[in-house]
Design a protein around this ligand. Structure first.
Ligand SMILES: C[S@@+](CC[C@H](N)C(=O)[O-])C[C@H]1O[C@@H](n2cnc3c(N)ncnc32)[C@H](O)[C@@H]1O
Length: 360
């Protein structure tokens, strides 16, 4: 489990610590320069040149960039270990290779730039008011979820790539968990584009799916499920779960929530879990698949998840975050549920929590 000690190297000198502090202060500058070096093809050009590298004159000689642009951008990349300079020639370094070739890194870059970057300037106001004050940079909605079907490009593509990067890698491997109790009626809360529902409908020819989401998003899921020919066993329940009086359909063998509870405040999660528990048939279970920062094996995953929380604050809802396992367990227990199993290490960074109703 991640501890502060693992993030803060023991024995770091005051000099090193001061340098680390400058990296944080100039982080947005480095982010923009590295992103430009990637998007404008400079990193590609260095990759093609291999260990020989390329001089500024050679790169400028291609006519793609001026020497000034190359110097500003590549010197920042040099300071960040993205490129190195050997005898006046720039060479792609290991971090640059990751930016150029690693899908997770690229998805995180696009999400940060296209969805979060401008709005994070309003983080202060968002934390103060509990409203996603940065969302106005994307559109006029009270929460990002209400605008999801209308997100402008490139934010739309980058948001879905970020969301699906995590869920897509987990959905195939969790289907045996979902069908372990042979559910006949399965509810997918926060069905989004219908990806999980489609996987479940394809995996079991008898299961009935009940999809729950905000009306506009549910229409997208309905189109996708219908287009795949599974419409007959799918039932749609447009619902705003922030309304504590909004009821859920009853008699479910499994209630499934993937990357859903992290969209809400603790107070809202409490009422959602109460309603999820109330929707269960006798012997039914609530399955929660989510990204929990304290269950990560590697610090790199915990780092990414912890730093996704400010997106939830500034852009998504103003009051949600990436939680720890005990937060969900505590709120579930308050809703009359008990933890049956907890499985970590699913996909990139998911944990699956299985809850059953406490006997009355
Ligand atoms: C982060 S996405 C997760 C989607 C999907 N379950 C997955 O794992 O990829 C959260 C989903 O919750 C839905 N949602 C957000 N707020 C909601 C609300 N108040 N009522 C119902 N659904 C909501 C969003 O529309 C979105 O589809």
């Amino acid at each position: 489990m991640l501890t502060n000690k693992r993030f803060s190297p023991v024995g770091q000198s005051a000099f090193d610590a001061r340098f680390e502090a400058q990296k944080i202060a100039f982080g947005p500058v480095v982010f923009q320069c590295v992103r430009l070096a990637w998007k404008h093809g400079m990193l590609d050009a260095l990759s093609d040149a291999g260990d020989t590298g390329r001089s500024i004159d050679e790169l400028a000689g291609t006519g793609r960039w001026t020497a000034y642009v190359l110097k500003v951008v590549l010197e920042s990349c040099l300071s960040a270990g993205v490129v190195s300079r050997v005898g006046g020639r720039y060479v792609l370094d290991k971090a640059g290779y990751c930016v150029l070739s690693d899908a997770v890194t690229q998805t995180n870059f696009d999400f940060m730039h296209d969805v979060c970057y401008l709005g994070l300037h309003q983080l202060d106001e968002a934390l103060r008011t509990g409203k996603p004050a940065g969302l106005a940079t994307l559109g006029p909605w009270p929460t990002l979820y209400e605008g999801m079907a209308d997100l402008p490009e490139p934010a739309r593509t980058s948001w879905f790539a970020f969301d699906h990067l995590y869920s897509d890698t987990s959905f195939p491997s969790i289907l045996p968990d979902v069908f372990a109790t042979a559910p006949k009626r399965l509810m997918d809360i926060g069905a989004n584009t219908g990806k999980f529902s489609l996987a479940a409908l394809s995996a079991d020819p008898a299961v009935e799916l009940h999809l729950v989401d905000l009306p506009r998003q549910l229409a997208v899921a309905r189109d996708n499920v219908g287009a795949a020919g599974h419409g007959r066993r799918a039932h749609y329940h447009p619902t705003d779960l922030l309304d504590p009086h909004a009821a859920l359909p009853q008699g479910m063998d499994v209630v499934w929530m993937s990357q859903f509870l992290s969209c809400f405040s603790e107070a809202a999660i409490a009422t959602i879990l109460q309603r999820a528990a109330g929707a269960l048939a006798p012997g039914g279970q609530v399955l929660v698949l989510d990204t929990l920062w304290d269950t990560q094996r590697y610090d790199i995953a915990a780092y990414c998840l912890i730093n996704t929380s400010p997106y939830f604050t500034a852009m998504a809802s103003g009051n949600s975050k990436v939680y720890e396992r005990d937060d969900y367990v505590r709120l579930a227990e308050e809703a009359g549920l008990r933890l049956v199993t907890s499985r970590d290490g699913i996909g990139y960074c998911h944990t699956l929590l299985r809850f059953a109703k406490v006997a009355p």
